[in-house]
Design a protein around this ligand. Structure first.
Ligand SMILES: [Zn+2]
Length: 256
């Protein structure tokens, strides 16, 4: 691919990613309240005033408004621009870093994992419908690539990844409960690793757990060096760590 084409594609993906990140930022506030993200027009989460188009430009609007609602002055969380920047970067990385032909799946996986990672980090919650969507899209892509290659191999890899991902964490959670008599893991973690496994295969699922542990250790080390107390609320939840690791593995390895 010529460099100019790649640059234009990356830029387009970044703009789309910023817009999707804007939805993800809204979902972060609205999903825990049981409100719809897609239905209805954009309104301020504090005063319900409609938001004009000029105030909906990713990042630019947040900076121009200095992170406040134009009508009521309520603070718009810093997670809004964070989600927009992360969404844009996922778009660019999908185009520039994913294995050949996997740009679109890489982006779709990345944006879904971004939403799940942020919700888990904020609310220690992995909404089951979102995990189910992640699993369904992973299975869908496996079906499609199997159809294209007239081979069952992609389906077998995906299924093995799903079973091993879910089974591994389910066994750990069950063992912990038997030994310690209490839950050591969020109930949403085994389904999340199962869904990630459908995307990255069995080796990728195992790699996701190892990667998540390494990222968690690195984050703890950074907090130690910054002399912050590592309390339960500053630790990153397993779901967030697995989302980061799983996406990195897909970027490097694709379907596995
Ligand atoms: Zn407002």
């Amino acid at each position: 691919m010529p460099d100019a084409t790649a640059a234009v594609m990356a830029l387009t993906a970044m703009l789309a990613g910023a817009a999707i990140g804007s939805f993800i930022g809204a979902a972060l506030v609205r999903l825990p309240e049981g409100r719809s993200v897609l239905a209805g027009r954009s309104v301020c989460d504090a005063c319900a005033a409609p938001i004009a188009a000029r105030d909906l430009v990713p990042l630019v609007s947040w900076l121009a408004l200095r992170g406040k609602c134009r009508h009521c002055g309520a603070a718009i969380g810093v997670w809004q621009p964070f989600a927009e920047i992360a969404g844009a970067l996922i778009g660019a990385a999908g185009v520039l870093l994913a294995p050949p032909g996997l740009a679109i799946p890489a982006m779709l996986l990345g944006w879904q994992l971004l939403l799940l990672a942020l919700i888990d980090a904020h609310h220690l919650w992995l909404p089951r419908p979102l995990t189910a969507l992640l699993a369904a899209t992973g299975a869908g892509f496996a079906l499609w690539s199997g159809w294209e290659a007239a081979s069952l191999a992609p389906l077998v890899t995906a299924a093995a990844g799903g079973v091993i991902g879910f089974g591994m964490l389910w066994a750990v959670a069950r063992g912990y409960r038997l030994l310690r008599g209490r839950e050591g893991m969020g109930g949403g973690d085994p389904p999340l690793l199962g869904a990630i496994g459908l995307w990255v295969g069995p080796m990728g699922a195992i790699g996701t757990v190892i990667g998540a542990s390494l990222i968690g250790l690195a984050a703890a080390l950074v907090m130690l060096l910054a002399r912050k107390d590592i309390a339960a609320e500053t630790a990153l939840p397993l779901g967030t760590l697995m989302a980061m690791a799983g996406w990195a593995i897909f970027l490097v390895n694709g379907w596995g």
